[in-house]
Design a protein around this ligand. Structure first.
Ligand SMILES: [Zn+2]
Length: 445
């Protein structure tokens, strides 16, 4: 019988292992990036960039942390598979110019097998296959290290730059090959194709831990040079490893979400034929709103506040899909906080009641717009090619305050496409008109 670890226990075990191995535990950086009004922390390693780029000396060459992250650039995909979320917690350990592939691999394996009790037979890894045009060789060193710790060669999969070359987006910065650790969740979740392995887009293999071997600096012209200092940068998604260790159906049914899902079921029992994404999106978005609220980001018009507003509106819209006509989102915050347990600090738990009011007010304000928008969208018709005139979406936004992205998503779910060119035309016309009217107004006054 295997132990079922709670998310808090996973964090404790992870941090205590790395503490025992000389890692200095960095405090989590606030989700709202200090000194920047628009963004949230989007990756566990983001606060460590000055160390990784050797711009600042770290408190220790060995570091660990648990970082709250929030990214909404591809929020439409949340809930579409078992793992895509907007807010998540990343466990990380780093070596700033100290240990290298051998120790990073040894330690990751030891944590998984001995401290989190994952069965060895379920583990697979990917390594970098190299890239000829880029002049990068395959990562033979990682392969031999994995073989050395007993990973069977048939469970070491080589993948190309798209999967296993870690970079900081498009621009210049440190980069390097990565080795990802996957857990086999069972044939029954697989696509059944003969080629199904880690890297397949089905649900069978879940990537739980990414080990990045930062050894190059990429320059503006795309060329690569070797870094003077080699770093290890790892990230393990807490919700993903919890999915594995709790035998959960997806990240959305791990312990942090269970009380909120239960509350939602009380509000509206599950119905036959329900789209699985709906409840996933609601709890995901409200969790993000909770974490943002705890660093005082409230729904509003600009920057980070607009992200929170958008999440609340999207979740409210999904509530209508379930048939919930009255504001309900606020009721999920306390169960979410309860699900997080000691992952939230005591003072954060005491902030939750205040947020309930904020969310409920926001949802109430949007409620009328939502009702009107949804009823108008029901009557929207597409042309013979299945395209909806983008001007309709623009009008809905300009005249009724109904967000165009939300409208588009609803239409896309109905199998329609949007003619965004028309949308853009309408937007430009509108801004021209407003400019002219501002001008006339000032000239005549
Ligand atoms: Zn597959």
């Amino acid at each position: 019988m295997t132990t079922v670890f709670s998310s808090s226990q996973i964090v404790e075990r992870y941090l205590s292992y790395f503490r025992g191995h000389g890692h200095y535990e960095l405090p989590s950086t606030p989700l709202a990036v200090p000194g920047n009004s628009t963004s949230f922390i989007i990756a566990g390693m983001q606060p460590l960039l000055p160390y990784l780029r050797a711009e600042t000396l770290p408190p220790s060459p060995r570091l660990s942390s648990v970082q709250r992250c929030l990214r909404t650039d591809d929020v439409e995909a949340v809930g579409s598979n078992d793992r895509k979320m907007s807010a998540f917690l990343m466990l990380g350990n780093w070596s700033i110019g100290e240990y290298w592939k051998r120790e990073a691999i040894e330690m990751a394996l030891e944590v998984l097998l001995q401290h989190l009790e994952v069965e060895r037979e379920r583990l697979w890894v990917t390594v970098y296959a190299g890239d000829e045009p880029l002049g990068l060789p395959g990562d033979d060193e990682a392969i031999s290290e994995w073989l050395r710790v007993g990973m069977p060669s048939e469970r070491i999969v080589s993948l190309g730059s798209e999967d296993n070359l870690w970079t900081m987006g498009e621009g210049p910065g440190p980069c390097g090959p990565s080795s990802e650790i996957f857990v086999d969740r069972g044939m029954e979740l697989g696509c059944g194709r003969a080629t199904c392995r880690p890297g397949c887009d089905c649900e069978r293999f879940m990537e739980v831990w990414n080990l990045v071997f930062m050894q190059y600096e990429r320059h503006a012209d795309g060329s690569l040079t070797t870094l003077p200092q080699r770093n290890i940068d790892t990230g393990m998604g807490l919700e993903r490893i919890a999915t594995i260790l709790q035998g959960a159906e997806s990240v959305f049914s791990t312990d942090v979400f269970l009380p909120a899902l239960e509350r939602l079921r009380e509000l509206v029992p599950e119905q036959e034929g329900e789209v699985r994404r709906t409840r996933r999106m609601i709890v995901d978005h409200m969790r993000a709103v909770l974490l943002a609220g705890l660093v005082d980001v409230r729904p509003g018009r600009d920057g980070r506040s607009s992200v929170v507003r958008r999440l609340i509106r999207r979740a409210a819209c999904q509530g209508r899909v379930l048939g919930l006509e009255q504001p309900f989102l606020g009721e999920l915050l306390s169960p979410l906080a309860e699900g997080h347990g000691s992952l939230l600090m005591p003072q954060e738990h005491s902030q939750v009641q205040g947020l309930v009011q904020v969310v409920t007010n926001e949802e109430r304000m949007f409620s009328r717009v939502l009702t009107q928008g949804l009823s108008l969208l029901e009557h929207v018709e597409a042309n013979e090619r299945g395209y909806v005139d983008g001007r309709v979406l623009f009008q809905l936004h300009a005249e009724r305050g109904f967000p165009a992205d939300l409208a588009a998503e609803i239409l896309v779910e109905r199998g329609l496409s949007i003619d965004w060119q028309r949308y853009e035309q309408a937007r430009q016309q509108h801004s021209q008109v407003s400019r002219v009217s501002v001008k006339t107004h000032f000239q005549s006054s």
